[in-house]
Write a protein that binds this ligand. Structure first.
Ligand code: AZC
Length: 838
């Protein structure tokens, strides 16, 4: 056959018709109008904001595609080592604004859209969030994609294309959280490219028959086959042509439907198997930090890892290399244990399909995978019942048993006779039913393991994976402190501050946004009065922007002369929204006890909460109900409302965070010490000049190291004390009335009905009165003192603004660019491959 000629036809015709990136305003308006006319099949006279948004998005997408194509071609030609980030969640938020900024086309599009009679700001509001994630873990994945592209690293993301993202949160008049579906694809999604031709078959159920003795090949047949179809999402880097890819899989029936049943008149039966195939990617599981052994969730995990691995192997094979070179060309990052099935799946491929022997296959596997743990909370450690695994993935269960047997032999050799150790390290937990421990599997199948902040990585090594550190040695374990992308979390969400930084430093933002340590240059301006005034004025305008948003969406008038105090994150007992709301009540009771003259001296404060509770998490939902009802009472109290008000903002999202974060004076990160692995919103607030009140936990510690302890408000017990305190609560309980009278007073007010029927809140109040696992009682007084110090500091506004400036200036470390380069160098062994620079 010989080499195919490329291009077909006349080369000059091809070349002269290839488009570049449109930076010229005439080209921009032309392309937007073209999309209105053709892609949308509409006309100028019937175009609304949504239509104009879609046309603008398609036009921007064309520009991204030019870069995307070029990047993929460049990577193919250079054939570098690539890394793949496997994450069951990508919490991307909106794309248009981010894309315009990264492409450096925002002002041109703004003008172009204006000429067409629309406003870019309005069009941006038409976009729905891509909310394919629960919280920190999913948003981290999104920041890492932005940084990989911005640092020219050949990294692809792999995830699932859920038809429904995280549920929409509604709040009933009683204050209950209600959940509604999030049909985010209903308006069509201009940011994805269906790749119908990129598809793989994925098998479930059936039988696995071993074909040889020992750990040799097996034949897995029968069962159900489902088709995985690729959808690609372009990830533009900041001020670079590198545009990476996020590949999301959709499940489809392999055949339309079962014709035999259909012909026999059984229509329902005919569509049933096609429904069950489509169900796999229908919805994101809304649980964060908890696992239920649900069959559909296991199917999601296997479907996604199998399709992703097949795709990765196909791309590798196109290089024409031998399979033993796989680890030289591929690194796969497992984002938590969710993709751990990739380990036995790669073993299956290497043994059953590539016919490698066990040891050789295991050597490849353990050089390809890297594993990040995101929590030490026991309820979040994934386990799958053995009977369920055997049913759905019979071949993988055999492989897991084989891995386990060989591994435990090695443990026995190193620690002879230590049966308890063997039981702890086994991949199989005894019990009824037996369960597969995914963290153990991820740990032994990976080359390196990391936690997400210094303290957390230490805790991983000394608690949940202690035995593994003793077995493998400590060098297999590391830390990569999380980061956030300064593009979305400063330039995009706080454009005025971004501008002030560029003009003050006299450095173009394209430079400091990619070298965030440059912010250090702001420190010296903290001493300049004029600069402080500008800094404070921007914060004030951001507060007004938030107030305006609340006024137009919820109808409340917010006091913008007050300090804004914000806690926004998933509702969870360990994050202690309870501590915050009980503190609010305490403050309210204090205000009530004051004379009007005394109140006038108080620092006025508005407290904001936002966050979703897992639909089955009763105590978290009750906390929301309490917050809403406290808000109802105190916002209506004429004596105090000028000094203290409270809002629960429904349906927290990335887009809402972009408005809230720049408006905060102080934010709360108040988890029980040792429970919050890192936190990332703490970084976002501080980058935007908000100060932090928090416990000595997660990344709070490293933030304080960077910005100076004098600029953060720490309180509460430290991690080493937590275990002892819990023990005391269990065996020598002291009633709250004795241990903390101020808190007891607050609890009594709740039970007494100050915020509506006290009985409703008994289960919540009892979590504190009995057991108090998260140590609200132990930390309450110290928390109240910390808030008093915040008030005092805020009254000296000049000093406060200095703190704010110094905080932003010292946040360089927390760029996700630093974090992703750390992964690239210390874990994946990956080099930047810039497009168009050689
Ligand atoms: C979160 C951690 O709770 C949070 O502290 C961290 O910042 C974030 O990951 C990113 O690393 N974990 C999760 O969202 N979920 C699980 C299962 O850990």
């Amino acid at each position: 056959s010989g080499k195919e000629k490329w291009p077909r036809g006349d080369e000059t015709v091809w070349k002269t018709n290839m488009r570049g990136v449109d930076a010229d305003i005439g080209d921009i308006t032309k392309s937007v109008v073209n999309h209105v006319q053709t892609s949308l099949a509409r006309q100028a006279y019937n175009l609304d904001n949504l239509g104009a948004y879609q046309a603008a998005a398609l036009s921007v997408r064309d520009n991204m595609l030019v870069n995307w194509n070029e990047t993929q071609l460049h990577y193919t030609r250079k054939a570098p080592k690539r890394a793949y980030y496997l994450s069951l969640e990508f919490l991307m938020g909106r794309t248009l604004d981010n894309a315009l900024l990264n492409l450096d086309l925002k002002s041109q599009y703004k003008d172009g859209i204006n000429q067409l009679g629309f406003s870019l700001e309005d069009l941006l509001e038409e976009e729905r969030d891509a909310a394919l994630g629960n919280g920190g873990l999913g948003r981290l994945a999104a920041c890492y994609l932005d940084s990989s592209a911005s640092q020219d690293l050949p990294v692809w993301g792999y995830g699932l294309r859920y038809k429904y993202g995280i549920f929409q949160q509604l709040i009933s008049p009683e204050g209950n959280q209600l959940e509604a579906p999030d049909p985010w694809l209903d308006n069509q999604n201009p940011w994805e490219l269906p790749r119908i031709d990129v598809n793989y078959e994925v098998r479930f159920y059936g039988q696995s028959e071993r074909l040889s003795e020992g750990h040799g090949r097996a034949l897995w047949t029968g069962g159900q086959e489902v088709l995985a179809v690729a959808y690609d999402v372009m990830i533009p880097g900041c001020h670079t042509r590198n545009t990476n890819n996020l590949r999301l899989w959709e499940s489809k029936p392999k055949r339309g439907f079962d014709l035999n049943s259909f012909n026999a008149g059984n229509y329902e039966g005919a569509v049933e198997s096609s429904n069950s195939a489509a169900a796999i990617t229908s919805v994101l599981y809304p649980n964060d930090h908890t696992t239920f052994g649900k069959e559909l969730r296991l199917k999601q995990q296997y479907f996604w890892t199998a399709a992703s691995l097949a795709d990765i192997i196909r791309r590798f094979k196109n290089l024409g290399k031998s399979i033993n070179e796989f680890p030289d060309y591929v690194a796969i990052q497992l984002n938590d244990t969710h993709p751990t099935l990739a380990i036995p799946e790669l073993m299956r491929i290497l043994i059953d399909e590539e016919d490698l022997d066990w040891n050789f296959a295991w050597q490849i596997v353990t050089n390809v995978f890297f594993f990040t743990n995101h929590t030490v909370l026991p309820e979040a450690l994934e386990k799958w019942p053995v009977p369920l695994m055997e049913h759905i993935l019979p071949r993988h269960m055999q492989i897991i048993y084989d891995i386990n047997m060989i591994f435990l032999q090695a443990v026995e050799k190193k620690f002879p006779g230590d049966r308890e150790r063997l039981a702890r390290m086994s991949l199989i937990e005894e019990g009824f039913p037996k369960q597969v421990r995914m963290a153990n599997l991820a740990c032994i199948g990976s080359r390196r393991i990391n936690g997400v902040a210094e303290l957390h990585s230490q805790l991983v090594q000394t608690t949940i994976l202690k035995d593994f550190v003793e077995f493998f040695g400590v060098s297999k374990f590391g830390n990569v402190t999380n980061g956030i992308t300064p593009r979305r979390w400063l330039d995009q969400c706080n454009p005025e501050l971004s501008k002030l930084i560029s003009s003050t430093l006299k450095i173009d933002k394209s430079v400091w946004l990619k070298d965030l340590y440059k912010l250090k240059g702001l420190v010296k301006y903290a001493e300049e009065k004029g600069f402080r005034a500008e800094w404070a004025a921007i914060k004030q305008r951001n507060k007004e922007r938030l107030a305006h948003h609340i006024e137009t969406t919820l109808g409340f008038t917010v006091n913008t002369n007050a300090m804004f105090d914000v806690q926004i994150k998933r509702l969870h007992e360990y994050k202690r929204q309870t501590l915050n709301i009980l503190g609010v009540i305490h403050r309210y009771l204090e205000l009530k006890a004051m004379t009007p003259a005394q109140r006038k001296k108080v620092n006025p404060k508005v407290v904001f909460f936002a966050g979703k509770a897992a639909p089955a998490y009763y105590i978290a939902k009750l906390t929301i109900r309490l917050i809403v009802n406290v808000a109802r009472v105190i916002n209506a109290d004429p004596e105090t409302k000028d000094y203290l008000s409270l809002y629960f903002l429904p349906d927290y999202s990335v887009s809402l965070a972009e408005v809230l974060i720049p408006a905060s004076d102080i934010s709360q990160h108040i988890s029980t010490a040792g429970t919050e692995a890192s936190g990332t919103s703490n970084m976002k607030f501080c980058l935007n000049g908000g100060l932090l009140v928090g416990t000595v936990d997660g990344a709070n510690i490293e933030i304080a190291e960077e910005v100076g302890e004098e600029n953060v408000f720490f309180f509460g017990h430290l991690t080493p004390a937590v275990e002892d305190l819990r023990y005391q609560h269990m065996y020598h309980p002291v009633p709250v009335d004795e241990a903390c009278p101020a808190l007891a007073n607050v609890l009594n007010q709740i039970s007494g009905g100050l915020f509506g029927d006290g009985g409703v809140y008994e289960p919540l109040v009892n979590t504190i009165r009995q057991g108090d696992y998260y140590l609200v009682t132990d930390d309450f007084d110290s928390y109240i003192r910390a808030l008093a110090m915040v008030d005092e500091a805020y009254l000296d506004r000049d000093e406060w603004v200095k703190k704010s400036i110094c905080t932003t200036a010292n946040m360089g470390k927390f760029s996700s660019d630093r974090a992703i380069m750390d992964y690239a160098q210390e874990y994946w062994n990956l080099e930047p491959i810039p497009v168009g620079k050689d």
